[in-house]
Design a protein around this ligand. Structure first.
Ligand code: SAM
Length: 223
């Protein structure tokens, strides 16, 4: 299948905002990014920090290496529910609603275990629960890029968002995301001795009534 991710979901304004969020909250020098996608944020971080990135999808890693050959040797295929490393990093980053690809609480707790094994300072985001209201009446968009035409639909099924990207040539992709209550994640990090700073979108403290993303920075209490 075509790697449609950059054409449909990446833009400079979004990248700038995400990069600012991450770089404003970095401590120390080393960073592991879990679910690094097509490498845009990792590549920017690579200019200043020692970085490592993993992603489950080999086509995302291949696209990363085509776009950013200097990341060769720093990115690899890997599952953030199973990943282990011989070293700990100053920062563990997982952004771009990648956490919402986790579909149940047991796996969310696995992620918490993996990330706390990797770092004392964890920079995250996830969908705001309001997303389920926002898309309650479905979302539909048609468009075309230089490489393909598409119809993109988002439906709500219970606590899940179902994204369907139809390429209008007989092929399609479907992505399921669980819009979990962020308190589950916040409480799990607190139970592991982490302080958790919580924001809605990039500028509001705590979890507000409406929003797109909840941002969490979990820091081990002793540091
Ligand atoms: C919405 S994209 C975000 C990518 C990137 N972080 C960004 O902000 O552009 C979600 C990414 O999570 C990856 N992913 C999903 N489940 C994963 C898992 N279990 N382990 C590692 N990566 C995973 C997908 O392959 C995809 O690249």
């Amino acid at each position: 299948m075509i790697n449609y991710y950059d054409a449909l979901f990446t833009n400079d304004e979004g990248l700038d905002a995400y990069y600012k969020y991450v770089s404003d909250n970095i401590v120390g020098h080393s960073i592991i990014e879990l679910a690094c996608g097509t490498g845009d944020i990792l590549s920017r971080l690579n200019q200043k920090y020692d970085v490592v990135g993993i992603d489950l999808d080999e086509t995302m890693i291949a696209t990363t290496l085509t776009k950013f050959p200097d990341l060769r040797g720093k990115v690899s295929e890997g599952d953030f529910l199973e990943y282990t490393d011989t070293k700990r990093y100053d920062n563990c980053v997982c952004i771009g609603d990648s956490l919402n690809y986790i579909l149940n609480k047991e796996d969310l707790m696995k992620f918490v275990e993996v990330s706390t094994q990797l770092s004392d300072h964890i920079i995250l985001d996830c969908h705001h629960p309001f997303r389920l209201n926002e898309f309650r009446n479905d979302y539909y968009e048609e468009g075309s890029t230089d490489a393909f035409d598409y119809a993109y639909q988002i439906e709500v099924e219970g606590e899940h968002l179902v994204h369907v990207i139809n390429f209008l040539d007989g092929t399609f992709d479907a992505i399921y995301q669980w819009v979990f209550n962020p308190e589950i994640l916040i409480n799990a990090y607190k139970e592991k001795g982490y302080n958790v700073k919580v924001m809605t979108d990039f500028d509001k403290d705590g979890i507000t009534d409406e929003g797109e993303k909840v941002r969490l920075i979990a820091t081990k209490e002793s540091i």
